[in-house]
Write a protein that binds this ligand. Structure first.
Ligand SMILES: NC(=O)c1ccc[n+]([C@@H]2O[C@H](COP(=O)([O-])OP(=O)(O)OC[C@H]3O[C@@H](n4cnc5c(N)ncnc54)[C@H](OP(=O)(O)O)[C@@H]3O)[C@@H](O)[C@H]2O)c1
Length: 259
């Protein structure tokens, strides 16, 4: 896909992977729209772009259909079309399943599952007109559970299923659906749910740079794959030896050191 002069909305565009993906898309000549809830963070992100004429910001909450409806209408009024929707806004949680509150589970499901679906529904007419591209940012953890991250990973597994379903359901419209599952990446995402998430994650995996992940996402958008998932090692091990993985992750993440 040629990106020059395409119109791209990136939900979660004010931070981390979404912000870096938006910058990379703008460098390739897209008209880039950042979408998130906090206007101050959106403005700060916009100031980081090399060419600020290629980027605008729109405030919306992906869990709120009306705010997405209004955001999509604003983008269509300003640019005339929408060619690419990157569903990157996401919410994380690190902690034992047995201690999760209903509020914490609801927040994950509303942001990571309802959010991308509502965004697709609200931008569908514009995407049909442009025969555009939907990019759902999943996770390497969608293919294999880790301790303390399985409810989050479960929302991403659900997102993968939805991407697969959409791809078949929308085939006649010419809309492409790409699912991209990044690896553990060094962004503010790792600080939100539990104070020690970053140190616990980085004890067993090298965190990727958001700029590098963004470069790979944009390469995938330019290519023709249906899915890229960077949880390759986990996925392969889970297929051949899931019990070995259980034991490894129990030892790395759950078992208390003997005193
Ligand atoms: N970092 C990782 O290790 C990692 C690994 C694999 C996959 N991912 C996935 O990659 C995506 C981006 O993660 P990240 O690491 O870049 O996170 P991040 O730096 O924390 O950024 C999250 C973005 O989502 C926005 N957001 C959150 N809730 C929203 C809502 N209800 N409505 C609109 N915007 C909302 C945030 O802005 P506001 O708070 O202002 O709304 C922010 O712009 C997520 O879907 C995540 O699941 C991350």
């Amino acid at each position: 896909m040629r990106l020059r002069d395409k119109v791209a909305i990136i939900t979660g565009g004010s931070s981390g992977i979404g912000k870096e993906t938006a910058k990379r898309l703008a460098d390739r000549g897209t008209k880039t729209v950042l979408l998130a809830r906090d206007m101050a963070k959106l403005d700060a992100a916009r100031n980081e772009f090399k060419d600020r004429t290629r980027v605008t910001a729109v405030q919306a909450d992906v869990t709120d259909r009306n705010s997405l409806k209004s955001a999509v209408a604003q983008v269509v009024a300003a640019h005339g079309s929408i060619d690419i929707v990157v569903n990157c806004a996401g919410s994380g949680y690190f902690g034992p399943v047995v201690e999760m509150t209903e509020e914490a589970i609801t927040k994950l499901v509303r942001t990571n599952v309802f959010g991308p679906v509502l965004m697709v529904q609200e931008s569908l007419e514009a995407l049909k007109r442009s025969r555009g591209t939907i990019v759902n940012i999943s996770s390497g953890l969608s293919k294999r559970a880790l301790p303390y991250l399985s409810v989050y990973g479960g929302t991403k597994a659900m997102q993968d299923q939805i991407s697969d379903g959409l791809r078949m359901e929308l085939r006649d419209t010419g809309i492409r659906v790409l699912s991209y599952g990044p690896p553990a990446t060094d962004t503010p995402f790792l600080d939100v749910s539990a104070p020690d998430t970053r140190s616990r994650m980085s004890s067993f995996v090298k965190l990727a740079k958001p700029q590098d992940v963004a470069a790979r996402i944009v390469k995938a958008i330019e290519g023709d794959k249906r899915e890229v998932n960077e949880g390759g090692f986990l996925k392969a091990m889970n297929f051949f030896a899931p019990g070995v993985l259980d034991t490894l992750f129990y030892k790395w993440m759950v078992r208390k050191p003997k005193t």
